[in-house]
Design a binder for this molecule. Structure first.
Ligand SMILES: [Zn+2]
Ligand SMILES: [Zn+2]
Length: 285
């Protein structure tokens, strides 16, 4: 088995126990013989500061430390690749790591951690409309701001917003060959749901039609569709499978045994692939 999305202790969000030897040991116990141990990389935060909600701008010393430790570690029994998890920024396909830094690693896991800047819906709102993460919006003023945002999504049009997200992913894949997997993409609609876009207003056949060019491009370029153990509309996944997309399972492990992920839950994501009879992909490095 493979897991191309395992976090490393240098990032604040990952546990101290996430070292190369510990991760390798746990992977071998789980039956994972190939994986990517990656670092978060964000050249910029949406608010222009060092921290935003629970994300951090990359500290260059820590980045170098990751690269050095990767080079120094010689795996015993598994294949370990280097990589980053970074964000898709906008519809043009800009991603949150410069090309010179991309060239230092084997792959990019491309995430949508927060709403991207769309032509039809500019990212002029620096809030994450989840009150668990942003309790400061849990008041009348905060609710007014969130409602204002929701109305903007209605004006922009749900279908246009889905098209914008698909364009962003496609442009990034075309521009950056190190993008080899779309991280925790679920059915592609999760970030839009988080940002209060009423995607379920759009008929499922139309959603699939909008996603098909992305699915075909992923199949052509061998870019993985990564699934965690979370809800994703099976109809979208089945169509991607029919069009030749390769899927991978991950726990997005930030801990070995407990806490976020953890890596030990990898097999739960594999079960989702099995239950939906989705084809397993393999990244070519
Ligand atoms: Zn992520
Ligand atoms: Zn992650």
């Amino acid at each position: 088995m493979k897991d191309y999305h395992i976090h490393y202790h240098i990032d604040k969000c990952a546990d101290n126990e996430m070292t190369f030897p510990n991760i390798e040991k746990k992977c071998l116990e789980l039956g994972i013989n190939e994986g990517t141990i990656l670092k978060h990389y964000s050249a910029l935060m949406p608010n222009g500061e060092d921290k935003w909600i629970c994300w951090y701008k990359t500290i260059l010393g820590q980045w170098q430390q990751y690269l050095d430790e990767f080079t120094a570690y010689k795996p015993q029994k598994m294949i370990i690749h280097s990589g980053v998890e970074t964000e898709l920024c906008n519809e043009a396909g800009d991603i949150n790591i410069h090309i010179e830094e991309q060239n230092k690693i084997e792959m990019v896991q491309l995430s949508v951690h927060y709403m991207i800047n769309l032509d039809c819906l500019p990212m002029d709102l620096l809030l994450y409309p989840n009150l668990n993460y942003c309790p400061q919006f849990n008041n009348e003023e905060g609710k007014r701001i969130i409602e204002e945002w929701r109305l903007k999504t209605v004006t922009a049009g749900e279908e246009n917003i889905i098209c914008g997200l698909v364009n962003g992913y496609m442009n990034a894949i075309k521009r950056f060959p190190k993008v080899k997997s779309l991280a925790h993409i679920a059915d592609g609609l999760k970030p839009l749901r988080t940002y209060l876009v009423d995607v379920d207003k759009v008929p499922i056949n139309r959603i699939i039609e909008i996603f098909e060019p992305l699915m075909r491009l992923m199949a052509e370029k061998n870019v993985m569709w990564e699934l965690l153990d979370e809800y994703a509309n099976p109809a979208i996944l089945k169509r991607a499978n029919e069009l030749g997309v390769g899927f991978t399972a991950s726990a997005d492990g930030h801990f070995l045994e407990s806490g976020w992920g953890p890596l030990s839950k990898h097999n739960e994501a594999e079960t989702i692939l099995d239950n939906l009879s989705l084809r397993r992909g393999k990244i070519e490095f």
